[in-house]
Design a protein around this ligand. Sequence first.
Ligand SMILES: NC(=O)c1ccc[n+]([C@@H]2O[C@H](COP(=O)([O-])OP(=O)(O)OC[C@H]3O[C@@H](n4cnc5c(N)ncnc54)[C@H](O)[C@@H]3O)[C@@H](O)[C@H]2O)c1
Ligand SMILES: O=P(O)(O)OC[C@@H](O)[C@@H](O)[C@H](O)[C@H](O)CO
Length: 547
Amino acid sequence: MVKITDDYLNNKAAFAKANIKVPTYDAKKVADKTLQSPTWVHFGGGNLFRAFHASIANQLIESGKSDTGVIVAETYDDGVVSGIYGKYNNRIVRVVTKADGSQDRELFAPVAKAIYAGPANEDASGFEELEKIFENDSLQVVSFSITEKGYHLKNGDGDFFPPVANDIKNGPSKPQNNMSLLVSLMLARFNAGKKPLTLMSTDNFSQNGDRLKDSVLTIAKAWKNNGFVNQDFIDYLSDPKQVGFPLSMIDRITPNPSDKISADLAKDGFEDAEILHTPKHTNIAAFTNTEEAHYLVVEDDFPNGRPAFEEAGVIMTDRDTVNAADEMKVTTCLNPLHTALAIYGSILGFDSIASEMQNDDLVALIKQIGYIEGLPVVKDPKVINPKSFIDELVTKRLPNPYIPDTPQRIATDTSQKLSVRYGVTIQHYVDDDNRDPKNLNFIPLVIATWLRYLMGVNDKGEAFTPSPDPMYDELHAKVDGLKLGGDNDVHASVKDILSNKNIFSVDLYQVGLGEKVEAYFTEELKGAGQIEKVLHDTLASKATPVK
Ligand SMILES: NC(=O)c1ccc[n+]([C@@H]2O[C@H](COP(=O)([O-])OP(=O)(O)OC[C@H]3O[C@@H](n4cnc5c(N)ncnc54)[C@H](O)[C@@H]3O)[C@@H](O)[C@H]2O)c1
Ligand SMILES: O=P(O)(O)OC[C@@H](O)[C@@H](O)[C@H](O)[C@H](O)CO
C-alpha cells in the first residue's frame, strides 16, 4: 500500500507498484523557494487546476525551466483547502484515462501551499498572507479557474450582489467577495511600488481576460468614487504595461473524480482513493481524472515576465488568435455540444457522456449544432483547425468510455453559460446580412429542452434532481405550474426567461427565435416521452446532411 504523502524520492518502488510515476525533484525545496520568491498564484484549486495547470508547473520544474511552483488560493470553498490540499501535503495524483482503457498515473508536487482566503471578516489570516505574496517583486502571474459565476458582480436585475455592495461601501480592508479581494490584493501590490503583474483567467467564456479586467475595474472605480483609492490606482490597473489581462482558451475534459478510478487506484494499493463531496458542491479527491487531449492557448501579455509556458506545450500567441481559438471552442465546437448533451442527458436519465454518444439522435443533434449551425460562423484561429477539432471531439473524445464524465457535471450552472454557449453564435447570425437566426433549428431546440429541464421533471414524467445552478430556484418557479399533457399558457411562463439578455445575451424574441423555442417547448410538454420524440422528429424534418 502507498499513501500520497509517502516519501516518493526514497520510496519510488511503492508508488511504482501502484503504477504512479513520481517527480524527481524535492518538493520541500521547491516549496521553500516558491514561498521565498513566489512567481505564480492560482485562484480556484479545483479539478481543472489539479489536472492541467499543476501538470504545466510540474513539467517546468522537472525540465529545469523553473525552480518554483504554484501557490493555490481558495476564496470559495474552505473544504478544498482543509480536506484535500492540507490533508495530502498539497500533492496530486493525476490519472489520464486513455481510449484503450489504460491509465497514465503521475504524482505532481509543484503546489507549495494552499491558502483559504474567504470573507476576511471571518478570518483575515489567509487574506493577509496573500497580501504579502502580492507585494513580492517576483510575482509574475495570477491565474484563475473559479467557474463563470466567480466573475459575476451583479444579479439579473443589474444590482450588485450583497457581498459586493458591502465591499464597495466598506472599502478594501475586509473584502467578502472574491473579486473585491483580488482588487484589495492588487492595491497592496500597487502600494508596494506599482509592480507589474498578469491576471490570467482560464475559465470557459469568450474574452475571459476582458471579463476579468471589467470586474476588477468595476470594483476599483467604485472604491475611487467612495474615496478609498485614487486615480493612480485606476491608471495602474488600466495600463497594459503594468497589468496584463490576457485572453486564454483552455480545453481538457476533466470530470469530477470518479468512483471507478477511485476503485482502480485502491485495487492497485493506493490508500488515499476516497472522494470528498464538500458542502459547497466541489467534488474532489487526492487524485484527479482527466482526458489525454488538451489545449491551452494564451495571449502573450506578461508585463512582469512569465514562466516558460511554451516549454510545457502551451501555445503562446497574439490576442486575435487566442480570441478566435476560444470562440471556436467555447461558442461553437465543444461547449455548446457539451451543454446540449448535459441538458438532454440529465432529462433522459443518462449518467455518462460516453453512453449518450451511443444514441444516434443525440450524436446527430450535436453534429447539427457543431458542423451545421456553429461552424459556418466561426473564425478560423489557424493554430487549431475547427473542423478537425469537432471531428476529434465527436469521434474520439466524447465517445471514450474511459472518460468518466457525466451530463450532470456539465449541467451545473447552465444559466450562467448559455450566453456564451449559444448567444454568441446567435449574435453572429444577427450580425451577418446573409444569415437569419430564424433559420437555426437545433440551438432553439436545446433551449426549449432546457426549459423542460427547469421543470425538474424528466422525460418519463418523474421528478429528477437538477444540477446546482445559482438561478435554478428563480427559473424553476416560472415553469413550475406547467403540466405535462395539460392546457398550458407557455408564453406567459417563459417570456421573461427567453427575453432575458443576462441569460442569452440577446432577447430571443427580438432576434426571431422566441416563438420557435416556445413551439418546441409546447410540443415537449404534450406528455411523457416527448423529449425523445421531438428530437427525433426534428432531426427527421430539419437536419442538414453533414459532409
Ligand atoms: N473541468 C473541465 O473540464 C474544464 C475544462 C476547461 C475549463 N474549465 C473551467 O474551469 C472551471 C473550473 O472547473 P473545475 O473542473 O476545476 O471545477 P471544480 O468544481 O473542480 O472546481 C471549481 C473551483 O472553483 C472554485 N469556485 C467555485 N465557485 C466560485 C466562486 N463563486 N468564486 C470563487 N471561486 C469559486 C471552487 O472553490 C473550486 O476551487 C470551469 O467552470 C470552467 O470555466 C473546466
Ligand atoms: O466547465 P464548465 O462548467 O464551463 O463547462 C462544463 C464542461 O463543458 C467543461 O468543463 C468541459 O469539460 C471543458 O470545457 C472541456 O475543455
